[in-house]
Design a protein around this ligand. Structure first.
Ligand code: ADP
Ligand code: MG
Length: 697
C-alpha cells in the first residue's frame, strides 16, 4: 500500500488540483467565490468545468452527477455521460459551465411536504463550490443544493449554507466591536463522531426486520450482553480491523479525514471520528462516510447498521456533533484567549451559545427527532430528551463570579472584572468528564450529543448556527449602540448569565431527580417523543427567528414539519407491518412446529410405556400453547391498531395516535414472541437470535 499522504484526496478535485489545472485568473476568481461567496462568472464556470472533466476523464470517469441531499436524509444522484456526438460519427467528451452550475432533475418523487405540486415536477440543483467535487466509481460527483422552481429549498444543504451565512454575518459584527477588522469571515466547524454496528451479511439476510427496518423487532436478551464492559475500547478483531482499514482507505481517497476508530460499548458496536472541518464539508463527508461504511461492509461479507437502536437491551448508536466557530485566520472563537480583552470576546461568544441553547431548546430537540432516536434519548444510554449545557466547574465558577460580581475562586482568587483579568485556560480534563450531558463544553468546542447515528448532521447544525446567530445579533444590536462599550458588554454578559443559567447543569443527566428539577423547577422542555416536539417547529418564536435570518421561509418550515411527521408515521407503520408478518409467518409456525414435536414425543413415550413421565413435554407444551395464542391475539390487535390510524388525515394527530397505540401493541407482541423464543428449541427458531447477531463477527 502506498503511503497515506500519497493517495489522500486522490479522488477529489481539491485546491491542489485546482491550482495545478486552472489558469491562475480562473483559480483566483473561483477562490473568491469559495471564500467570500462572490458570484461566479460563466466564463470561469466553463473553464472550471473543462478542467474538471479532463481531470476526471484521465482518472477513468465517464459520467458526472449533481449530488444532493433531499429531505429523505440520504443523498441523491442522477448520472449523465460526458459524451457528445461529433460530426464524424464519433463522440467527444464535453462538460460545460452551465452543466456544472445547474442541473434539472425530475424532482417529483422526492418528499417536498407540499412545496412542489407534482405538475411542476422539475426542481433544480445548483453547484456548491465550497464543497469539492470528487470521483466515485466512474462518475464525477458535484455537490449541489436542491431547490424547487419557485426557489424553495428542497434539501438540507441550502438551509445549512444559509445558516452558516447568518452566523458569519452576526459574528463579524461582534468581532468588529472588539476591533477585529481584518477578519474576513467566520465559519463553524464540526467533527461528527459516528457510531455503528457490524454484523455478518449471512445473518442479516435471514432477518426481515433488519432488512426492512434496519433494526431488530424481536429478540430475547442473550445470556451475555454489554454487562462486562469488555468491548469498549477492546482489542479490535481481525475481521473488523480489515474492514476499518479498507474503509479508511476509501474515505481518505475521497478526502475525508477519518482519524479515530475504536470499539464502542455494545458488542459489535464501533465508532469512527474524522478530524473536524467546515460544517458544510463535514456534512457532505458524513453522508459519504455513512455510505462508504455500508459499501465497504458488503465487500467484507458484513452489514453496517446505522440505526439508532438496532438491538434492545444494549446501547444504541448516536453521533456526537463537536462544534466550534473560527475565523478565516483559524482563530477559534470558543477558545479562551491570551489577553483580558480576548477573554471578554470569548465570554460573549460563550454566552451566545448558552442563550441560544436555552431559547431554542425545542429546535435542537427537533433537529434530532426521529422514530429511531426516540428509542435512545432518555433511555440512560444517551442524553435525556431535556436539553441542558455542561460547562464544567471552572467555567461555571467564572460565570458565577461575573453574575454576582464576586471574586472568582478558581486556581487563584481574582476579581472578575472584564477587560482586566486573564481567564484560566480550560483544559479538556476538567471540562470533559460528564458523558451524560446533551450539550457539553469540551475546552474549545461544544459537543452536541443528542444526534442519532443515522441523522444527517445538517439539521442539528442548521438550528445551532441559526440560534447562535440570533443571539449574536441581539448582542450586536445592543453593543453597537452603547456609549460605553465595556460597561454595556459587562451588563450584557451579566444579564445573559442571570437569565439563562437555568440551562446549565453539571450533574448526572441520567438521574430522575434531574428530570424533575429540569421540568418543575427550571421550566426546561421535556419533549420525550418525535410527535411531541416536531409541531413546535412552527411555534411563532421559531418561525420568526428562522425566517428573519433567511434560513427557512415559512413555507419551507411547514414542509419540513410535514415531512418529519410523515417520516415518523411511515417508519413506525413499516415496523408494525414487518412485526405482524414475522410473527404470523415465521414465529408462530416455528413455535407451533416445536409444540407439535413435543406432543408427538409425549404420545410416543406413552405408547411405549404408559407409566413414563411426560412432565417436561406436557408443561412446556402448555406454556407454548398459551404463547401461541398470545402471539395470534397480539398480532391481531396490532393489525387493528395499524388499520385504525390509516385515515386520520391530520399528520400531527396521526403521529400521536401511532405513538400512543401502535408502539404499545408492538411492545406487547414482542414480549410474547421473545418469551416463546426462550422456550423453543434452537433448531426451530426461524432466524438468527441476539446471541448469533451480536457475536457474529
Ligand atoms: P472525544 O473524547 O469526544 O472522542 P476527540 O478529541 O476524539 O474527543 O474529538 C472528537 C471530535 O471533535 C473529533 O472529530 C475532533 O476532530 C473534533 N474536534 C476537535 N476540535 C474541534 C473544534 N475546535 N471544533 C470542532 N470539532 C473539533
Ligand atoms: Mg465525544
Amino acid at each position: 500500500m502506498k503511503n497515506v499522504p500519497d493517495f489522500f484526496g486522490c479522488s477529489v478535485f481539491d485546491d491542489r488540483v485546482m491550482k495545478a489545472k486552472l489558469p491562475s485568473k480562473v483559480y483566483l476568481s473561483l477562490r473568491r467565490t469559495i471564500e467570500e461567496g462572490e458570484k461566479l462568472d460563466i466564463s470561469v464556470a466553463n473553464a472550471v468545468a473543462d478542467a474538471m472533466k479532463d481531470w476526471a476523464a484521465a482518472k477513468g470517469a465517464t459520467h458526472y452527477t449533481h449530488w444532493f441531499q433531499p429531505l429523505t436524509g440520504v443523498t441523491a444522484e442522477k448520472h449523465d455521460g460526458f459524451i457528445s456526438p461529433s460530426p464524424d460519427g464519433g463522440v467527444i467528451m464535453e462538460f460545460s459551465g452551465k452543466e456544472l452550475i445547474k442541473g434539472e432533475p425530475d424532482a417529483s418523487s422526492f418528499p417536498s411536504g407540499g412545496l412542489r405540486a407534482t405538475f411542476e415536477a422539475r426542481g433544480y440543483t445548483a453547484w456548491d463550490p465550497t464543497s469539492y467535487a470528487f470521483i466515485k466509481g466512474k462518475t464525477l460527483y458535484i455537490p449541489t443544493a436542491f431547490c424547487s422552481y419557485g426557489g424553495e429549498a428542497l434539501d438540507k444543504k441550502t438551509p445549512l449554507l444559509r445558516s452558516m451565512e447568518a452566523l458569519n454575518k452576526q459574528a463579524l459584527r461582534i468581532l468588529r466591536l472588539f476591533g477585529n477588522d481584518d477578519v474576513k469571515y467566520v465559519r463553524t466547524a464540526v467533527g461528527p463522531e459516528q457510531e455503528y454496528f457490524l454484523i455478518t451479511r449471512e445473518m442479516y439476510e435471514q432477518r426481515k426486520d433488519l432488512r426492512f427496518t434496519g433494526r431488530t423487532l424481536f429478540g430475547a436478551k442473550p445470556p451475555k450482553g454489554q454487562e462486562m464492559d469488555d468491548h469498549y475500547f477492546g482489542v479490535i478483531k481481525p475481521r473488523v480491523a480489515a474492514y476499518m482499514e479498507d474503509l479508511n482507505k476509501e474515505l481518505w481517497k475521497l478526502g475525508v479525514l477519518a482519524k479515530t476508530e475504536h470499539n464502542e460499548v455494545a458488542p459489535a458496536q464501533h465508532e469512527l471520528a474524522p478530524i473536524y472541518t467546515t460544517t458544510n464539508i463535514a456534512t457532505d463527508h458524513n453522508q459519504l462516510t455513512m455510505e462508504m461504511m455500508q459499501k465497504v461492509a458488503a465487500k467484507h461479507g458484513l452489514v453496517c447498521l446505522l440505526h439508532e437502536k438496532p438491538f434492545a437491551g444494549v446501547n444504541g448508536s448516536g453521533k456526537h456533533n463537536n462544534w466550534s466557530m473560527a475565523t478565516d485566520k483559524g482563530i477559534n472563537l470558543l477558545s479562551p484567549g491570551e489577553t483580558p480583552y480576548e477573554n471578554a470576546q470569548f465570554l460573549l461568544f460563550l454566552c451566545a451559545v448558552i442563550q441560544a441553547v436555552d431559547d431554542y431548546q425545542d429546535l435542537l430537540r427537533i433537529s434530532v427527532a426521529t422514530a429511531g432516536n426516540d428509542h435512545r434519548l432518555g433511555a440512560n444510554e444517551a442524553p435525556p430528551a431535556v436539553v441542558s449545557i455542561f460547562l464544567g466547574d471552572e467555567l461555571n465558577g467564572v460565570l458565577e463570579a461575573i453574575e454576582t460580581g464576586t471574586p472568582y475562586a478558581g486556581a487563584e482568587k481574582t476579581q472578575m472584572k472584564l477587560g482586566v483579568n486573564v481567564l484560566p485556560k480550560f483544559n479538556r480534563d476538567t471540562t470533559d468528564r460528564n458523558r451524560t450531558s446533551p450539550f457539553a463544553f469540551t475546552g474549545n468546542k461544544f459537543e452536541f450529543r443528542m444526534l442519532g447515528s443515522s441523522n444527517s448532521i445538517a439539521c442539528a447544525n442548521i438550528m445551532l448556527n441559526s440560534a447562535v446567530a440570533e443571539c449574536l445579533k441581539l448582542y450586536a444590536d445592543r453593543l453597537e449602540k452603547a456609549g460605553d462599550f465595556e460597561t454595556a458588554l459587562h451588563e450584557t454578559l451579566r444579564e445573559t448569565i442571570r437569565d439563562h443559567k437555568r440551562i446549565i447543569f453539571n450533574g448526572n443527566g441520567y438521574d430522575d431527580a434531574w428530570l424533575k428539577e429540569a421540568v418543575e423547577k427550571r421550566g426546561l422542555l421535556n419533549y420525550r417523543t418525535t410527535p411531541d416536539c416536531i409541531p413546535h417547529l412552527l411555534d411563532e418564536k421559531n418561525v420568526r427567528m428562522l425566517t428573519s435570518h433567511k434560513v427557512f421561509s415559512e413555507a419551507e418550515l411547514r414542509s419540513r414539519c410535514e415531512i418529519l411527521l410523515d417520516n415518523y408515521c411511515k417508519t413506525v407503520l413499516i415496523e408494525a407491518n414487518t412485526m405482524i408478518d414475522m410473527a404470523r409467518r415465521e414465529i408462530a409456525p416455528a413455535v407451533s412446529g416445536y409444540a407439535a414435536e413435543l406432543a408427538h414425543t409425549a404420545a410416543a413415550k406413552k405408547a411405549v410405556d404408559s407409566s413414563l413421565s411426560c412432565g417436561y413435554e406436557t408443561e412446556l407444551l402448555k406454556k407454548l400453547a398459551m404463547l401461541e395464542d398470545q402471539i395470534m391475539i397480539r398480532s391481531e390487535e396490532l393489525q387493528e391498531a395499524v388499520l385504525e390510524v390509516q385515515d386520520i388525515g391530520d399528520i400531527a394527530e396521526e403521529s400521536r395516535r401511532i405513538r400512543d397505540t401502535v408502539l404499545g401493541k408492538m411492545g406487547q407482541l414482542r414480549v410474547a414472541c421473545d418469551s416463546a423464543e426462550t422456550m423453543t428449541a434452537k433448531k426451530y427458531w426461524p432466524f438468527p437470535t441476539y446471541e448469533d447477531l451480536l457475536f457474529s463477527v
